[in-house]
Every structure is written in structure tokens, then in C-alpha cells.
Design a protein around this ligand. Structure first.
Ligand code: GLV
Ligand code: MN
Ligand code: MN
Ligand code: MN
Length: 398
């Protein structure tokens, strides 16, 4: 059971024939198949698998208990995502358990492999939803009411997959079991490629959030409506896309993206009645809300000029994270001083780090590309990462 062999087993699950890569979304059929695969593989290792009240899977090696060493990642993807973002951490965790078992190691501390639900927010819009719920970082009522693109609420989807909607939310008893959390992940940039190294320890995660900009105008006929008579929400939406880039350039190291824009009703010969635009903004330190406010003002002025209305909703926000210094020092020492790298990507480990010592390991990605079918990791690097994970888990759990 190598990590690359495990990834191979799921290589056909959730392939997206239209976008390329994989589309595996919380509680949909491919993600359900991946969960079933995980349970089966974990049980084969003798682990006891349970689903927590928020849909996260916990595979315990031995009895659950406090001060547990917990490792894992997620199995969902962005739309048209790569094969490694998430599954690499899960496959490496299973492979690490198997290799430790093979050498006769038995953890002294409680030990679990976890699969977090809806890490990408690809279906319900809020990233790291499973770990936010576990830690109480999102209000349970807000989470219950989140809707996917076809209007299904998170509560409805959760119930359909066997959860109790009333019990969704903060799970302090379970969180209290976690002593340390470690997530292995494919690197989502070129840090390791440039350094010529296979594995890094995570240092920081930059602050990031998502906002929905809803522009409302007057739906109308594309041929019969004079230009002067239009209130076309596509105009301020387009100006906002340009303003996002322009304003992001005025903040050091800011990243701001419009990756999703939905006109309603969406007909070629129809002036849209509304356009929804999603902004993903990430600025190191405390600058994200300021940048978003600047974008909001530009969007508001563009909306007003076109006779449209604008409503802005914050869907999620997370502050900067610095991973636990002691854990980073230990990981670095045990692994022969690998480089430390910051990341602009969000992770369940970053959510957990507000509550327990948490850390991350990154595995080299030769393309430097992620959230794309071109995300990649060489087999040798995957195995090097899984060995590194096994090595540190052995020390943490001893
Ligand atoms: C998660 O991958 C994110 O940073 O968007
Ligand atoms: Mn991701
Ligand atoms: Mn991920
Ligand atoms: Mn500014």
C-alpha cells in the first residue's frame, strides 16, 4: 500500500470529462465513492472508522483518546481540480500507517487519520467547512443554510448522506481529543522546484476570504432595448473584474481573483437581470478587508453609473496563520532541516491551528500549478513525502 499506489486506485473517481481533471464535491457521488474507498482501506489496516457529526471521517489506530496525533487532509476538489490537492495527504497518511505497522510500531498516543469534509468549498461556498464546523469557527445555522448551485442546502445534503442536521456544529469533545494535527499536501507553487528539494515544512498561511458581489439591474431584450435605456449588471461586474486586478497591485503581495461570475438568466439575447461575482482576496497581515473595501467602492460606483444595485456578502474570512513553532522545529529536526515555506492556499491545518498545535508538510509539485489538472507530483517525491510523514508520526505518537 504505497501512497502513489493508493492514488492510482482512485485515479478514475470523479474525472471531469468537460473541464478536465477532477470534480469531487462534498457529498456528491464521486466524493461518496472516495469516502467508501477510504473506509475500506482504513479498515483493511485495522483502523476503526467513524463519521463525526459534521461529516468528517476519523480512522482510529487503537482507542480514541486525548492528546491524539491526528493526520489527514481532504478528498473533495475544486471544479476541474488536480489529483493531488487533498488525496495526497489522505493516501500518504494511510501509507504511513501501513509502513509503521509493517515495522512493528504501535502508537503509544491515540492516533487517527482524518478526512475533512468540503475543504475546497466547491459545493457550498465556504472552504474548510468540516474543520470550521468541528472547531466552531462557523455558526452552525449559517452552515446549515449554505446552498449549492442547484439550491440544495448543506443541511439537506448532510441529512441525505446520513448526518443529523440538528447536530451539525461545534464538536468540542472531539476537538479536545486532538493533541497535534499534521497535514501533508502537494505544494501549490514553485518553492520546492526552485530549491531543488522534495519536501518542505509549512510556515505560514496568508489571510484570505471570499465575498459575493451581487449586481442587480433590469433584465431586458438585447435587440429592443436602446443602449441609453439599459441597466445592465454585466457592465459593473466587468468593471469590477478589472478593478480587482488594479487595486490588488496597490497592496504588497496581495492576491485577488474573480474565478466565478454568473449572469442570470444567462441568455445570449438577454440583458442579464443579475450578475453574481465571487471575489477571492488574500493579503498578508491585516490588509484583506481594506482591499475588499476598495473593491467594494469601485464596484458600487460602477453599479451606480449603470443604474444597478450592488449587495456584497462576506462568505468566509480567515486571518494569517503561523504554524506551531515547536512542531515546526521538531519536524525540521527530524527530517534533516528541510526548507520552510509559506503558502497562499488555505488548509484545514490552518483552521485547526487556532485550537491545537498544527503543522504541514509540502511535497514538490514540478508544474508549480494547482487547482488545475496540471497539478502534479512525481512518484518518487510522493513516496519521499509519505516516508517523511511516517517518520514524524512515529516520533509524535511514541
Ligand atoms: C484552498 O485550496 C484554497 O486555498 O482555496
Ligand atoms: Mn485546494
Ligand atoms: Mn487542499
Ligand atoms: Mn489600500
Amino acid at each position: 500500500m504505497t501512497a502513489s499506489g493508493l492514488l492510482e486506485e482512485i485515479a478514475d473517481v470523479g474525472r471531469d470529462g468537460k473541464r478536465g481533471g477532477y470534480s469531487r464535491h462534498a457529498f456528491d457521488a464521486p466524493e461518496h465513492d472516495l469516502r467508501t474507498w477510504f473506509v475500506e482501506r482504513a479498515q483493511r489496516l485495522g483502523l476503526d472508522v467513524e463519521t463525526d457529526r459534521n461529516g468528517n471521517l476519523w480512522a482510529w489506530w487503537g482507542a480514541p483518546g486525548p492528546d491524539a496525533v491526528v493526520t489527514g487532509s481532504h478528498l473533495d476538489s475544486v471544479p476541474g481540480g488536480g489529483a493531488f490537492d487533498g488525496p495526497l495527504g489522505v493516501a500518504s497518511a494511510l501509507a504511513a500507517v501501513e509502513s509503521l505497522q509493517r515495522k512493528g510500531f504501535r502508537p503509544v498516543k491515540p492516533f487517527a487519520v482524518v478526512v475533512f469534509a468540503e475543504e475546497e468549498g466547491g459545493r457550498f461556498g465556504v472552504p474548510c467547512l468540516g474543520s470550521r464546523l468541528l472547531t466552531g469557527t462557523i455558526d452552525a445555522d449559517k452552515a446549515r443554510g449554505l446552498r449549492d448551485q442547484s439550491g440544495v442546502t448543506f443541511a439537506e445534503a448532510a441529512v441525505k448522506s446520513g448526518l443529523d442536521a440538528e447536530r451539525l456544529g461545534a464538536d468540542p469533545d472531539r476537538l479536545a481529543l486532538v493533541g497535534r494535527f499534521l497535514e501533508l499536501h502537494v505544494e501549490q507553487g514553485r518553492g520546492l522546484v526552485d530549491l531543488g528539494r522534495p519536501v518542505a515544512v509549512g510556515s505560514t498561511v496568508i489571510a484570505h476570504g471570499r465575498w459575493r458581489f451581487s449586481f442587480e439591474g433590469q433584465g431586458n431584450h438585447a435587440g429592443a432595448t436602446l443602449i441609453a435605456d439599459r441597466a445592465d449588471p454585466m457592465l459593473p461586474a466587468a468593471e469590477t473584474v478589472v478593478a480587482v486586478r488594479r487595486l490588488a497591485r496597490t497592496h504588497a503581495d496581495a492576491r485577488a481573483t474573480v474565478g466565478r461570475l454568473v449572469p442570470t438568466p444567462g441568455g445570449t439575447n438577454v440583458i442579464a437581470s443579475t450578475v453574481d461575482l465571487w471575489l477571492d482576496a488574500r493579503v498578508p497581515g491585516t490588509g484583506t478587508p481594506e482591499l475588499v473595501e476598495e473593491i467594494r467602492q469601485a464596484a458600487g460606483a460602477a453599479a451606480e453609473a449603470e443604474g444597478c444595485r450592488l449587495a456584497v456578502t462576506r462568505e468566509s474570512y480567515s486571518d494569517d496563520v503561523v504554524f506551531d513553532a515547536g512542531l515546526r522545529r521538531d519536524l525540521g529536526g527530524w527530517l534533516g532541516d528541510p526548507p520552510e515555506l509559506p503558502t497562499g492556499a488555505g488548509h484545514d491545518a490552518a483552521i485547526l491551528s487556532g485550537f491545537v498545535p498544527a503543522g504541514m508538510l509540502y511535497v514538490r509539485n514540478p508544474t508549480g500549478i494547482s487547482h488545475s489538472p496540471e497539478e502534479f507530483a512525481e512518484v518518487d517525491d510522493v513516496e519521499t513525502g509519505a516516508r517523511a510523514l511516517a517518520e514524524v508520526l512515529e516520533r509524535l505518537a511514541a
